[in-house]
Design a binder for this molecule. Structure first.
Ligand code: ZN
Length: 443
């Protein structure tokens, strides 16, 4: 039987940022896009499956360039570092990746993975052992002994959860090489971290350490990304030649100039902050943080816009994998924030999640646009995202998801799992059992 799929009647957003093309056919066969426009209809064999996309939009599958597929919608650092058995991490990841795919994400980049399972998961996806998007991955994040965003939970040396603690320039070189040996597509540097006395995060790597990670990775043909949530860290990472900067919070003019000079790409990842600011209290997030995160978004958005106008490439990432960004629910929200906070047009925002994302995948020639010869990762969207970008964050509007040339079955129940022993943290009590609470106040 033919594997060909002919999509007819839809309006095409090809991902290159150009104008929409109405009533364009798209022919897929053998995992690739083989014809577009009238040629698609002429070339289609009689037994090709036909998808009528009249009134709908045809576009490239989404690429989420910042997603943690092994975290299982985690609620806290304690859970993440101390309550996750490696076998179950791999198995839950396989299930969660189905949710990611069903949200229209046909490719993603994972910076760092629990127990370093990233390359194994990627290989399982490629070989068809499990179903899910295409993946590029880091192994673990390199942290200094300051401890990244988990502070004192992180030991002074060794490996825990998604973290590899590095103690010196030599250690940075050693672990960069080891991660490359283990199959990393990306090296992850956790450039900033929290300390008990710092207000926000601070740069916790030396310039020599940053340089060593980037130089070692590049010498082995692998790219490096850095988590940077201060202006100084953005500058230092850019000067080290990092390829991709995550967050780039509070960037100032000096840091932006360094980014422009280095040619680093930025993945701001506002979604986690925006979810916390808008909905945090409704899911029991620690109160009082809403304004802090709203300020970080507006301060950073202004400089992101300036970066964009200076020719810096922006890519789209959701930071899915946390309880505030569960798999399959928020992969399109970043585009909405790009439109509302940065003033990008919907088409420009879509380009960050398609063509630009293909760069993060290292697959610019194969992914990110609907063009002849590219791989067949295509969405059919019910509506026009150039009129309303929010529909890309609404699964009910995804009428077809074609991944690796095959239609994803959207009729199956949403994948989910029950309670896993020791997966969550148990607490003895949420309040102190005082005598008064037990027996009431003495009269
Ligand atoms: Zn992240």
């Amino acid at each position: 039987m033919s594997s060909a799929i002919l999509i007819t009647g839809g309006t095409l957003i090809d991902g290159n940022g150009g104008p929409l093309v109405s009533n364009s056919g798209v022919l897929l066969d053998d995992g690739k896009i083989v014809a577009i426009g009238d040629q698609a209809i002429e070339q289609a064999s009689l037994d090709a499956a036909v998808i009528d996309a009249t009134g709908k939009t045809v576009m490239p599958g989404l690429i989420d360039s910042h997603l943690h597929c092994t975290f299982d919608d985690v609620q806290s650092n304690d859970q993440l570092f101390f309550h996750r058995d490696s076998t179950l991490v791999a198995l839950t990841t396989a299930q969660n990746l189905q949710k990611v795919l069903r949200a229209g994400v046909t490719s993603f980049v994972d910076p760092d993975t629990l127990h370093g399972v990233g390359p194994g998961i990627r290989n399982a996806l490629e070989a068809g052992v499990i179903e899910g998007p295409r993946m590029k991955t880091g192994v673990q994040a390199m942290l200094t002994s300051v401890g990244g965003t988990a502070g004192p939970l992180i030991p002074d040396s060794g490996t825990v959860g998604y973290a590899q603690v590095v103690k010196s320039v030599d250690d940075v070189i050693l672990w960069t090489r080891r991660h490359v040996k283990q199959g990393a597509d990306w090296i992850k540097i956790h450039a900033t971290g929290s300390t008990p006395t710092s207000k926000g995060e601070v740069l916790v790597w030396s310039q020599d350490e940053l340089n060593a990670a980037c130089d070692t990775a590049h010498a082995l043909g692998v790219r490096a990304m850095a988590h940077c949530r201060t202006s100084e860290s953005v500058r230092a990472a850019a000067e080290a030649g990092v390829d991709l900067i995550l967050h780039a919070s509070f960037m100032d003019e000096v840091a932006l100039a360094a980014v422009v000079k280095s040619g680093s790409t930025l993945c701001p990842t506002f979604t986690f902050l925006a979810n916390l600011a808008d909905f945090g209290p409704s899911v029991g997030a620690s109160p009082g943080m809403e304004d802090v995160f709203r300020n970080e978004i507006s301060a950073t958005a202004k400089m992101m816009r300036e970066a964009y106008d200076s020719g810096v490439t922006l890519i789209c990432g959701s930071e899915s994998g946390f309880a505030l960004t569960p798999y399959g629910h928020w992969h399109g929200r970043e585009m909405e924030i790009f439109v509302n906070e940065l003033g990008l047009t919907p088409i420009e925002a879509i380009t960050t999640a398609t063509k630009n994302g293909a760069w993060a995948m290292g697959m610019e020639d194969e992914l990110g646009t609907v063009e002849v010869g590219k791989l067949a990762d295509v969405l059919v969207v019910d509506g026009d995202p150039t009129q309303d970008i929010t529909i890309l964050n609404d699964k009910s509007k995804l009428s077809e998801i074609i991944s690796r040339g095959k239609r994803v079955d959207l009729t199956q129940p949403w994948p989910q799992h029950g309670r896993i022993p020791n997966w969550q943290i148990s607490s003895w009590a949420s309040e102190s059992l005082t005598w008064e609470r037990a027996y009431g106040s003495p009269s």
